[in-house]
Design a protein around this ligand. Structure first.
Ligand SMILES: Nc1ncnc2c1ncn2[C@@H]1O[C@H](COP(=O)(O)OP(=O)(O)O)[C@@H](O)[C@H]1O
Ligand SMILES: [Mg+2]
Length: 152
């Protein structure tokens, strides 16, 4: 029988636009038969582009506290997806990996055999008025699956 379950991956960076992407991804994943659950995977890539997180990483924080900061950033990035997925009874997996965001997201989507990747058009570290951020542009170009770009 035709398998109509879908595996949807959403990339979160803790920005308002990525929250919008989460909202759409949860809506898509929620369109399921109760006995055939779609799967939702949320991924956060730890990048060394600290300027993306300048609002939290004030200069000169002691090295020992950097891990704590990351904990908070990651917790915050997954907050909305955890809440919405729980409300809609959607199976959610969260993944945190270190690396270069775009290629890591593309690689994870491939390895997890996802049907659709949902991302925001811009995110943290937005160059104002840019149509697409560098991560979204790269993901669109290189992803092996469909990409749903949620506009700011
Ligand atoms: N480090 C990251 N981890 C996971 N997803 C990310 C990351 N950075 C960006 N994204 C995804 O890509 C989208 C676009 O962000 P990006 O291209 O980085 O724009 P900007 O240049 O404005 O920061 C975000 O809304 C999010 O969905
Ligand atoms: Mg960014």
């Amino acid at each position: 029988m035709l398998d109509i379950r879908r595996k949807i991956m959403v990339a979160v960076d803790g920005s308002a636009v990525s929250d919008k992407a989460v909202y759409e991804a949860v809506w898509l994943a929620g369109n399921q038969r109760s006995n055939l659950k779609n799967e939702l995977i949320a991924v956060f890539v730890k990048t060394d582009r600290m300027r993306d997180y300048d609002d939290l990483f004030v200069r000169g924080i002691p090295a020992g506290e950097i891990d704590d900061r990351w904990e908070k950033i990651i917790e915050n990035a997954f907050f909305v997806v955890r809440k919405l997925a729980a409300e809609k009874d959607i199976v959610l997996e969260t993944i945190v990996v270190e690396g270069e965001p775009a290629s890591t997201i593309v690689g994870l989507a491939h390895n997890h055999d996802v049907d659709l990747l949902v991302i925001g058009s811009t995110g943290k570290g937005a160059v104002k008025r840019a149509f697409l951020g560098s991560v979204s542009a790269e993901v669109i170009e290189h992803a092996g699956c469909g990409v749903y770009v949620v506009r700011a």
